[in-house]
Ligand binder design. Sequence first.
Ligand code: DGY
Length: 320
Amino acid sequence: MKVFITKPIAERGMEIFKRAKLDVTVWKQKKVLSQEELIKKLQKYDAAICIGKYKLDESFFSQCSHLKAVSLLSVGYDNVDVEAAKKWNIPVGNTPGVLSKATADVAFLLMQMVARKAVFGYRKIVEGNWRETYPLEDLGVDLEGKTLGILGLGRIGFEMAKKCQRAFSMNVIYHNRHRNEEAEKELGAKKVSFDKLLKTSDILSLHVALTPETKNLFDYSAFEKMKPTSIFINTSRGGVVDEKALTTALKKKIIWGAGLDVTNPEPMKPNNPLLKMETVAVLPHIGSATFETRNEMSRLAAENIAAVLLGKKMPNQIKN
Ligand code: DGY
């Protein structure tokens, strides 16, 4: 059985393929395959790990209907048409759970970078502008005792809430489709309406999937409801935010600052005005990028493929 992987993955995943005696080809070239090139290549393979911006839609599955299994190397699956996968009877897997802590770490990092204007301070040094220190310059905001609002209190949101409560004794409020009783019990988290979340949060951290319901959910009218002192953090998907509206909200001081690990589009253009703002920190989608986490993600992705090729059920099959 032959497996194609669109980018090199960590050792743990490769070992699983070796043990399962599967014939694996890894696309190692820096030139990323186009959607058409990938579909052409896959004609000779039984399964694939698709890493990158590929659209796993009706057209993909209809042209690759021979595939026995596909896995992503991510928890997010907004690039997958789950109904089409079901229609063509191709199990598609993701890598949930193992990246929750690492991604929450990045949300926590961004929150602190924004609160203390870390990027601005660093830039001041490298640009040779660190001269005198003035008592009323370079001031950030305290995080102790603030209200953290979580949109989407799932695994990653829960980890972020735990960190914020332990480190800064924050009150936690959240908005979700369902109640998170564990978080309510463990953290005293309170479920509130979306409007109340916007109006009450000092730090608002997004942990929702990109779906038709959440696309551009953060438009100008949403930012207008937030506190002028608030910090907006996004480590979920750039598409949840109307980036122009965010830029305007920051320029007009409708909100205080923003930390983004995800942008729309990705990569963000180097001349994006957000990159010049004092109270903004942007990272290049590194939420899950630690050695440990990528190793675990490679294990889950490989297990998704190996299980099916060895006649078992895919352990982390995406189902809507
Ligand atoms: C995920 O797993 O969805 C992360 O955002 C990496 O893409």
